[in-house]
Write a protein that binds this ligand. Structure first.
Ligand code: C2E
Ligand code: MG
Ligand code: MG
Ligand code: MG
Length: 284
């Protein structure tokens, strides 16, 4: 309630803005350096088949190992990378690395699994995107059926026509397309039938209390039913406890991902899971 003079307010605001701009600029230049020095790495989080707990895929999740600050999660740098445009280079690098490692495992004779790569709004909008995906597939020799791209609802609703065209071009490459965090973005139910997608990923907000909240359980069931009706694969993310897994299995969810099975792990560790064909769980 204290009446602050306009001038003081302005100074406070401006100081805060300066600090934020500095933090951002610092982050941006460190990210540029990180690209050159290859400080980014891809972690893989297993996806298992609800039928038999078989390892069927992985989500590729970027990590930044900063020499001074240690491991930095995507939540801390993806938003700034998105604002500055650096996400296009980082995203292309993640896509290439994920495809290289996935075909590398196949060449070792390990049973193939699908890799899902997150695509940011800016990458998806970029004119070069289809050429980049085509180039990575050509260079690595990965069969497109083993690649899936994860996009979010909000990326599709600004310009539905052009989004549908872009999705169609991705599907024409033979690459899968998943709607990530489904149910938390703009409601696109009326468009769902028009989107040439292959997979719905139920957001973990709906999984967290699926075993204790009857309304959440009903929503999760509806999303699973919707996927089945539209002939889509359905992946539940954020499954942390056996109660979540039991619910999803009982209600016909095809694929499960979450800490219950495994956190995202470095490539070497994921390779060991591939060699075993399953995810080790000490809880068993
Ligand atoms: P997302 O695509 O929805 O990825 C799932 C996130 O949930 C991951 O966080 C994962 O570690 C976390 N998670 C998985 N299972 C569980 C669970 O059982 N419980 C809980 N509490 N969390 C779980 P992460 O790796 O920090 O990534 C966060 C977000 O950053 C991702 O959300 C995605 O939107 C973005 N992201 C990550 N990697 C990339 C990337 O290479 N490119 C782009 N554009 N975005 C990325
Ligand atoms: Mg994702
Ligand atoms: Mg998600
Ligand atoms: Mg998310």
């Amino acid at each position: 309630h204290a009446k602050v003079s306009g001038r003081n307010q302005y100074q406070f605001f401006s100081k805060d803005m300066n600090r934020k701009a500095k933090v951002r600029l610092d982050l941006e230049s460190r990210m540029r350096r990180a690209l050159v020095n290859e400080e980014f790495t891809v972690f893989y989080q297993p996806k298992v088949s609800a039928d038999d707990d078989r390892l069927v895929g992985a989500e590729a999740l970027v990590r930044w190992i900063d020499p001074d600050k240690g491991m930095i999660g995507p939540g801390e740098f993806i938003p700034v990378a998105e604002e500055t445009g650096l996400i296009e280079q980082i995203g292309s690098w993640v896509l290439r690395r994920s495809c290289e490692q996935t075909i590398g495992w196949q060449k070792m004779g390990l049973s193939p699994v699908k890799v899902s790569v997150n695509v940011s709004a800016r990458q998806f909008r970029s004119r070069a995107f289809i050429d980049i995906v085509t180039g990575v597939l050509g260079d690595t020799g990965l069969d497109p059926k083993w690649l899936e791209l994860e996009i979010t609802e909000s990326m599709l609703m600004n310009d539905v026509e052009s989004a549908v065209r872009k999705m169609g071009a991705i599907r024409d490459l033979g690459v899968g397309l998943s709607i990530d965090d489904f149910g938390t973005g703009y409601s696109s139910l009326s468009y769902l039938g028009r989107f040439p997608i292959t997979t719905l990923k139920i957001d973990r907000a709906f999984i967290a209390d699926v075993d204790t909240n009857p309304k959440t359980a009903e929503i999760a069931r509806a999303i699973i039913g919707l996927s089945q009706g539209l002939n889509l694969e359905v992946v539940a993310e954020g499954c942390e406890i056996s109660e979540h897994v039991a619910f999803l299995k009982e209600h016909g969810c095809s694929t499960i991902q979450g800490y219950y099975y495994s956190k995202p792990v470095p490539a070497e560790q994921f390779q060991q899971m591939l060699q075993a064909g399953r995810v080790p769980r000490p809880k068993d």
